[in-house]
Design a protein around this ligand. Structure first.
Ligand code: GLU
Length: 479
């Protein structure tokens, strides 16, 4: 039975890399009919951010990632919040001391600082110098009994090679001399990540640890801890890093990294999930658009790459546009509504549905509906007009022609695509000009823009009264 976990630390927003980790765990669990567990790793109280757990839960729900066990669902291995399990970690730290695999350390922060500085000055990698490793049990017990502050450190074996197999990276080796006598329990009695993580993975019967590559250097420590407890380690799969276009580690400085930002900027969860699924995993087909069910069916850790995956924003935009195109205007309406309201644009549902229909093929994100198409809701003010387009198409002759055409448009009884097109084309022909000589100036007068949906559809949606009003105004006031 496959049991996997997503184990975020509530330190703020949800990074897109975390969402990918959560997604891969989810896909793997569902593919194998296994159990997907959510565990909150909140033992580092200095990094804890108020509201981060709630935000994380909302983000997972938005993305459609569900859990079978966790703080909300409960389950047989609870509680699923590490700060509620501290007694367990203390008990396990004691057990390690009793087995000779860990030891209490009384070194003060000042002493550790001096050691570190001396090592840095000597050009050696900073590590604990293991002063307390050889204290006798009697001495250690005496100092503990006298109430001296201490941590518990792991007794890393000397002169060993730690080996493990990673599903994605193959066989991995670390020389134990590069591994610090890591703190397992802090002086406040809280565990560090390493201890809490492996105790919980063991007690929660996790079969596969699927997490980001940044945790690879922690894994030999975890393997040693499993050994120290006499436990069978789970299987490991470390996911490739997400990279900026210049192949540096994906960072805030080069674009959005918070899932919340993508949500707020009008990306659909289906598109972001589809996009992230392909960040490191290669499906066997060349197809790139996958529903969540299709992802579940095809997902496989064997096809996850070692090499970092470049976060290609244009590809995400393309994918999002594809998803918007596949939706019906009625499905899009509730997503576009709040954006209109935020701008105080007032319009009935029927009207907004027509705008969505006209724009659907042209937008990449949801806010594009209001940003590119504001003229459906308010008359253009020509402040952001494309000057090149304007000087080319809004000539004195063009204005005169539009003035002459206007009465014919006003006389139209049916204001629909075909009647509009017919009127404009007949007028062009009668005057020996191309239809473009009318279409561009009309577009400019009515929308203030040089691009958009087909002009006749657009005029139809905006309606006769408003379109004529805008054209008249432009003819008389726009120079
Ligand atoms: N709490 C760690 C994190 O924030 C979990 C790493 C792991 O999956 O072991 O990503």
């Amino acid at each position: 039975m496959v049991r996997v976990r997503f184990a975020p630390s509530p330190t703020g927003y949800v990074h897109v890399g975390s969402l990918r980790t959560a997604l891969y765990n989810y896909l793997f669990a569902r593919h194998h009919g296994g159990v997907n567990i959510l565990r909150i790793e909140d033992t580092d109280r200095t990094r804890y951010v108020e509201g981060a757990v709630e935000n994380m839960l909302r983000t997972m729900e938005w993305a459609g990632i569900t859990f079978d066990e966790g703080p909300i669902q409960g389950g047989p291995c609870g509680p699923y919040v590490q700060s509620e399990r501290t007694e367990l970690y203390r008990k396990h730290a004691d057990e390690l001391i009793a087995r000779g695999k860990a030891y209490p350390c009384f070194c003060t922060p000042e002493r550790l600082d001096q050691v570190r500085k001396a090592q840095q000055a000597a050009g050696i990698p900073p590590m604990y110098d293991r002063l307390c490793r050889n204290l006798t049990k009697e001495e250690a017990d005496k100092r503990i009994a006298s109430g001296e502050a201490h941590v518990v450190r792991m007794r890393v074996p000397i002169g060993e090679v730690v080996r493990f197999h990673d599903i994605i990276r193959g066989d991995v080796e670390f020389d134990s001399k590069t591994i610090d006598d890591q703190v397992l329990l802090k002086s406040d009695g809280f565990p560090t990540y390493h201890l809490a993580n492996i105790v919980d993975d063991h007690l929660m019967q996790i079969t596969h640890v699927i997490r980001g590559e940044e945790w690879l250097p922690s894994t030999p420590k975890h393997v040693l801890l499993y050994e120290a407890f006499g436990w069978e380690p789970p299987k490991f799969a470390h996911l490739p890093l997400l990279l900026n276009a210049d192949r540096s580690k994906l960072s805030k400085r080069q674009g959005d990294v918070a899932v919340e930002d993508y949500r707020d900027n009008g990306y659909l969860p289906e598109a972001l999930v589809n996009f992230l699924a392909l960040m490191g995993w290669n499906p066997s087909a060349t197809e790139e658009l996958f529903s969540i069910d299709e992802l579940i069916r095809q997902f496989d850790l064997e096809r996850v790459n070692k090499a970092g995956a470049v976060f290609n924003r244009e590809k995400l935009d393309w994918m999002n546009a594809e998803y918007i195109r596949k939706m019906t205007p009625a499905e899009l309406l509730p997503l576009v509504r709040p954006l209109l309201e935020a701008r105080n644009y007032v319009a009935g549902d029927e009207y907004v549905l027509q705008v969505i229909h006209a724009m659907q093929e042209r937008v990449r994100t949801l806010p594009d509906f209001v940003d590119f198409a504001s003229y459906f809701f308010v008359p253009p003010d020509f402040t952001d007009v494309d000057e090149k387009y304007k000087s080319k198409h809004w000539t004195p002759e063009a204005k005169e022609r539009l003035r002459a055409l206007l009465p014919k448009l006003e006389a139209l009884e049916t204001w629909d695509h075909d009647s509009l097109e017919c009127t404009v084309r007949e007028f062009a022909e009668a005057n020996g000009i191309s239809a473009g000589k009318l279409i561009h100036p009309i577009r400019l007068a009515v929308t203030g823009k040089g691009m958009g949906p087909g002009l006749f559809e657009l005029l139809h949606v905006i309606g006769k009264a408003e379109s004529v009003r805008r054209m008249e105004k432009a003819v008389s006031t726009l120079n």
